[in-house]
Design a binder for this molecule. Sequence first.
Ligand SMILES: *Cc1c(COP(=O)(O)O)cnc(C)c1O
Length: 351
Amino acid sequence: MYELNDKIKNLVPYEPISGTYAIRLDANECPENLPDDIRAEFAERLGNIAFNRYPDPMATRLVDSFSEYYAVKPELVTAGNGSDELIFLIEAAFMQKGDKMLVVSPDFSMYNFYSSICEVSCRTFYKNEALDIDVDALIETVNRDNIDLLMFSNPCNPTGRGITRADAEKLVRSVNALVILDEAYMDFWTESLLDKIEDYSNLIIFRTASKLVGAAALRLGFAVANPAISRALKAVKSPYNVNSVSQAFGEVVYRHKDYLQKRQKTIVNHTKILYNGLVEWARTRQDVTVYSTVANFVFMKTGCSRDIWDYLKQQSIVVRLMGDCLRVTAGTEQEVAAVLGALRTYGENRV
Ligand SMILES: *Cc1c(COP(=O)(O)O)cnc(C)c1O
């Protein structure tokens, strides 16, 4: 009789919230689909795909388009089937059994999740009360505990807070560990280390098409690193990890620079409206802390988190519930107004 091993026998498949809701503010996605002209270009490209052939293993044209948009050298870029694949790949290939990895908390749960499958020992560094990273303390921990891999998001999901470029540089420079800087939300902020990537022997930066770019459906993630690391990443990845449709569509989308920049401004603006509205709402209540944000969502802490989450859900608005916290994605202007409006009625209906 076959038995599943200990590290996987209790795992359950990932299940995003089920059901249909009018307003989805739970996954930090881009609130609007890609515009008609870009989708028309997709349709044209689709007609030219050689479906009988395996995809380009190096995703050359996609990587060129990405690299041009971000002004990095294409030879430093590896495309993945979402950042998710790259997280798994790095933990599996760059770590050896028993190696030590450090994550910060709160942060993206996938980093920790894959460590048990990869048999990497994963430790946690806790953020301070303001949910910020004490960079000096983090450096000390990495060095004291001989950490092999440090992985964190900047800006952070779920807190929406970030460390400056100067602090990120100091961190990378002060440790021997491999540092994965997940910049999934850096399209909404200014503190990227992308242009410094070649200065470091121990840095990998992640980018994704799932947030600002609005192409979560394509599953496109990117790892940017120096030539030695990039070569290793390309060597260990599965050869056909990014399918031809995603490669072709991703190539198109990153060429629409003006559109992406315009969208960036809109989302940042909606995030401000959401944040200001939540701060104002929180003022009328006790027990709600709203954290300022540099990403496309707002994080808040409240003892009523589950109750509020349920209340919003009844009105077909879904946000992300995480213990005593809620994370609300900046949707369209109407969606932001709807969630703020619903929150204002939350108290009224309770008393
Ligand atoms: C959404 C998100 C990503 C993107 O993951 P994909 O697999 O590329 O969709 C990566 N990191 C963080 C922290 C995220 O929140």
